[in-house]
Design a protein around this ligand. Structure first.
Ligand SMILES: Cc1cc2nc3c(=O)[nH]c(=O)nc-3n(C[C@H](O)[C@H](O)[C@H](O)COP(=O)(O)OP(=O)(O)OC[C@H]3O[C@@H](n4cnc5c(N)ncnc54)[C@H](O)[C@@H]3O)c2cc1C
Length: 395
């Protein structure tokens, strides 16, 4: 009988194991990961250390992102992990976006940030290749490579005596009054006093193994990127974001100067037909069958048709994708959009068809499952882990 088994070797799972071991030195902890560490969302994202602009004041996202942003920068400094804080600009390019920009500015202030308002001329002076009617600048936004952060966290787990098993898939979960039995696809079951599941896009299926997966399902939203040619690497100095479209919990196609010196463009948000299929046109029969059988998905369709068809079109027609970026960076051309790997967002959707905006947990007496940890969960991983450890201790 070990103290804790953590399902999932993404940033939330590994941060949880690390935090638990810090709080209970000497505890026996094992992370079981069916693939590689940071192999899913954590290894396929924009690498932004979000400052906490967009989130409903008082929400978990708002609170944990602010705390996570500061913690991530401190952790990287301690561990010698490369990170930068170039700040971000959110740029309004059409009159209709000015009100929404003002709304975001108010939200940023309510979340404890001090955004700076720029007019068109100030924007142009700061970023000569960017055009817009107005912008807000958020100085605290940073950039990092999250797989590097997970590697350092995993090192701390191992140094504290924890185990990390890769290629270890959980296929069954049973609970009794003394503990949890975790059935593995290969090898002996694991017996633990407590279980924490941080299974990303598979969170609903893992929750169902534990009998707490009712009423929601994970829906995959592909985030497709391009990369600018090396000759364009000095194009922008900060991250450049559009004003997000209303009704979609995604931030819009942005320019991100990455930690490796390149600039990525993206991600868009299109419905994914394979939860873990990264190449374009990936399709997984089980994933599609689960999606169409889920009542919540069928109820989402009208909304998806309204906001998602344009995204789908731009995913297929590169010129459409480019047009979105040219609104704020008009000098980019089709030849500037080089291929770059996609990511797949795990978004929990309820049976009424609504997308869950905030981080969400489900619990049993001996288990805590993270069932919605979309962006900014990489930034917020440490405070999410602290919240989980608090819940585990309270049980
Ligand atoms: C395109 C994109 C851009 C993003 N940009 C940002 C950003 O800039 N900043 C930010 O803060 N966040 C960003 N995010 C969000 C962020 O990447 C995620 O919120 C975060 O990585 C979630 O971490 P996780 O550990 O919950 O999930 P994951 O990283 O997906 O890890 C879950 C793990 O569980 C494992 N697993 C699943 N089922 C089982 C099982 N049965 N047995 C064993 N293991 C299992 C999986 O193999 C996987 O490794 C972005 C996400 C995407 C997709």
């Amino acid at each position: 009988m070990i103290d804790l088994v953590v399902v999932g070797g993404g940033i939330v799972g590994v941060a949880t194991a690390m935090t638990y071991l810090e709080r209970r030195p000497g505890a026996s902890v094992v992370v079981v990961e069916k693939g590689a560490l940071a192999g899913q969302q954590t290894g396929h994202n924009s690498g932004v250390i979000h400052a906490g602009v967009y989130y409903q004041p008082g929400s978990l996202k708002a609170r944990l992102c602010r705390a996570g942003s500061a913690w991530t920068k401190r952790f990287c400094a301690e561990e010698g992990i490369a990170f930068r804080v170039p700040g971000k600009l959110i740029v309004a390019t059409r009159p209709a976006e000015l009100d929404r920009l003002a709304g975001l500015e108010g939200r940023a202030v309510a979340n404890g940030l001090r955004p700076q308002r720029l007019d068109a001329a100030e924007l142009r002076r700061g970023e000569p290749h960017v055009r817009g009617l107005a912008a807000i600048r958020v100085a605290e936004s940073g950039i990092v490579s999250y797989p590097g952060v997970v590697e350092a966290m995993a090192r701390r787990v191992r140094d504290a005596g924890g185990g990390i098993r890769l290629g270890a898939e959980v296929v069954g979960i049973g609970e009794d009054e003394r503990g949890v039995t975790v059935e593995m696809a290969t090898g002996a079951p694991i017996r633990a006093r407590r279980l924490v599941a941080c299974a990303g896009i598979q969170a609903d299926r893992v929750a169902r193994l534990a009998g707490i997966g009712d009423g929601f399902a994970m829906v995959a939203f592909r985030g497709e990127y391009y990369r600018l040619p090396e000759a364009r690497s000095g194009l922008v100095s900060s991250m450049i974001y559009p004003v997000p479209e209303p009704g979609m919990p995604f931030l819009g196609v942005h320019l991100t100067p990455m930690i490796d010196g390149g600039i990525t463009v993206g991600p868009n948000a299109v419905l994914g037909l394979a939860r873990e299929g990264y190449p374009k046109w990936s399709l997984d029969r089980r994933d599609v069958a689960d999606l169409v059988c889920f009542r919540g998905f069928r109820r989402m369709i009208p909304g998806l048709l309204r906001t998602g068809l344009g995204e789908q079109w731009n995913s297929v027609v590169k010129a459409g994708y480019l047009a979105r970026i040219r609104r704020y960076c008009p000098e980019l051309g089709l030849a500037d959009l080089l291929p770059h790997a996609a990511g797949i967002r795990a978004q929990a959707v309820l049976e009424d068809g609504s997308m869950v905006e905030d981080f969400m947990f489900r619990s049993t007496p001996r288990q805590v499952h993270v069932v919605n940890a979309p962006s900014p969960a990489a930034t917020s991983a440490r405070p999410i882990a602290e919240a989980i450890c608090g819940r585990v201790a309270a049980r």
